[in-house]
Write a protein that binds this ligand. Sequence first.
Ligand code: NAD
Length: 261
Amino acid sequence: MFLEGKTAIVTGSTSGIGLAYARAFAAKGAAVVINGFGEAAAIESLRAELAATSGAGALYDGADMTRPDEIAAMVDRTARALGSVDIVVNNAGIQHVARIEDFPSDKFEAIIDINLKSAWYVMRAAVPHMKAKGWGRIITTASAHSLVASPNKSAYVMAKHGVAGLTKTIALETAAAGITVNCISPGYVWTPLVEAQIPDTMASRGLTREQVIDDVLLAAQPTKAFVTPEQVAALALFLCRDEAASITGANLSVDGGWTAA
Ligand code: NAD
């Protein structure tokens, strides 16, 4: 298994796409650190499942991605407990849908903290560990919204364009150190994050649930099908292979053709 001996931290992996990344890494033998919120017993059951799949251990770290001190501590704890920090995936993210004049400041700040700034803090803490080993993989879940915009998602689009720029910058800084830095930009993936924005989009655009799914979400996606978390995770796994060593600074779309239009 090609990730034996490697460790992977996936932020926001108690659910959705993050959990799919953690499962994919564990299935290839990596020791994984999962992170995010949820009910303690459910998280423990995921951790135990991942430890059994991996055979190399799985830890849960409850660091809050709005807290730089907790992010740095998570990376340090991982290095101490598992011996290295080889792969990090910046994946934690939230969404809020509202016109800018109605957008609450606390939601704006939380989206920028979790979807944008946390990736910078994770990278700052992880890069020295990767440089010490001469190998590393940094992956960020951006979004089709790192390339194009939609109305009523000002904070999210701002954050996702931001992580795309951060990816390019850190790719350049680490290019000669055996480290690759990329982002994956999914279109709509059916996860709790997408399900939760349906009521707000119904309210802000005056639509029914079915209209939001067909006319707003899947309208943008020429395949007319949701991307699956496993399809996103499969690309992340490829980025960790030696064959992907020349892919760095890239923004890789998995969006059913959305941004081709
Ligand atoms: P999700 O709601 O299923 O998962 C989000 C995860 O982030 C959860 O584990 C949650 O506990 C965690 N999280 C939230 N706030 C946190 C915090 N302060 N600290 C630590 N963890 C926190 O959502 P998802 O759809 O799987 O989204 C994952 C990523 O994929 C996000 O960055 C999102 O923007 C991106 N994305 C999603 C889609 C989609 O259609 N679902 C499309 C493009 C990009």
